[in-house]
Design a protein around this ligand. Structure first.
Ligand SMILES: *Cc1c(COP(=O)(O)O)cnc(C)c1O
Length: 362
């Protein structure tokens, strides 16, 4: 055992648990545990990735200029205020590294994304978890928890794993209520699935203490590629760039992400399929007597009448080769988070849950 002391906070980190991907003895596993795109990555992204193979001896561009320009063009944003990372998780890590440390507090919410407390502890800061209001982020609870030590507030909007969302008025009220030394991180991993939402870009444009993060892992079907980005005031991006490793993204990653963001037809198709299937899932679950809030993401949260029922439903799904996400660790032991799949996947899930609920006499 090494005698070198470990930095404060690190040994308090409970390792992140990712969605399962295999079931022993089954070849036909349907993975609906990690909010992946049922249509996979855009063919244009795949082609760009293959093309990059011949240049793997070259170091990549350090300024990410090509990718930032494409993101800026598609989303109508200033490329100089964009930073790219190894998934949006890396951008979130830059934020805590740059703006929080021992003695500082980082606010997250009751059912918030499990990476937030991990990131806070990584830099020795103290995660402070505030209650939600029936599975929705509670602006008043966040504002009540702010102290002079608060440095960062993290929310995902739409949220994971609840799928619920705060509207523009509530976001504005939250930002207006935060003291200027608090950085508000608006994690927009599921922005594309929320109709008519800019992901918080206009909030960033109006407020120097707001950062928006986005990802290629969900709507773009590139979770395995590991590319995300953030958008904030120039001064904030300048700080984050100082702790970013110069070669954090390979050219293969950047080329594929660039092709993906420019392939707008494919993205539109993915979003339309998700909206249709999400609606079908929610209506059917409710008809079966399973609780389901309106989701603004690419998953639904199915709520059963207790933790035992949720566990039994999970077992029934697994027996049919379907992997979904248990969310007891998110304070939701009665629920299962189910990624919205394609037509066949949704049919398989609904058939299984229909039989399960019938077997219980519902
Ligand atoms: C999936 C997800 C992310 C994205 O992580 P990447 O590192 O970009 O793959 C970020 N935030 C939330 C809430 C998510 O669910």
């Amino acid at each position: 055992m090494t005698q070198t002391p470990v930095q404060p906070g690190i040994m308090d980190i409970a390792l992140y648990v990712s969605g399962e991907s295999t079931l022993a003895g089954r070849a036909d596993v349907l993975k609906l545990s990690s909010n992946e795109n049922p249509l996979g990555p855009s063919p244009a992204a795949q082609e760009a990735f293959r093309r990059a193979a011949g240049d793997l001896h070259r170091y990549p561009a350090t300024d990410h200029a090509g990718l930032r320009a494409a993101i800026g063009q598609v989303h109508g944003l200033d490329p100089d205020r964009i930073i790219c990372g190894v998934g949006s998780d890396e951008v979130l890590q830059f934020v805590v590294q740059a703006f929080a440390g021992p003695g500082d507090e980082v606010i997250t919410t009751q059912h918030g994304f499990s990476m937030y407390p991990i990131l806070a502890r990584m830099v020795g800061a103290t995660p402070v978890t505030v209650p939600e209001d029936t599975r929705r982020v509670d602006v008043d609870a966040i504002l009540a928890a702010v102290t002079v030590r608060t440095r960062v507030v993290f929310i995902a909007n739409p949220a994971n794993p609840t799928g619920t969302m705060l509207g523009a008025d509530e976001l504005q009220r939250l930002i207006d209520g935060l003291p200027p030394q608090v950085l508000f991180v608006h994690d927009g991993a599921y922005t594309e699935f929320a109709e008519g939402f800019d992901g918080g870009a206009s909030l960033v444009d109006r407020h120097p203490n707001v950062i928006m993060t986005r990802t290629f892992s969900k709507a773009y079907g590139l979770g395995g590629l590991r590319v995300g980005w953030g958008y904030a005031a120039r001064e904030v991006i300048d700080v984050l760039n100082r702790i970013r490793q110069p070669f954090n993204l390979s050219d293969a990653q950047m080329d594929a992400a660039r092709a993906a963001v420019l392939d707008r037809d494919f993205t539109t198709r993915c979003i339309a399929l998700n909206a249709r299937m999400r609606d079908r899932m929610r209506q059917s679950l409710i008809q079966m007597g399973i609780g389901c809030d309106e989701s603004h993401a690419n998953f639904v949260l199915a709520r059963f009448d207790g933790p035992d029922t949720a566990a039994a439903a999970d077992a029934a799904l697994r027996a049919d080769g379907i992997l979904v996400r248990r969310v007891g660790g998110y304070g939701l032991p009665d629920a299962l988070r189910i990624t919205v799949g394609d037509e066949d996947a949704v049919t398989r899930v609904l058939d299984c849950l229909g039989r399960f609920m019938q077997g219980r006499g519902q």
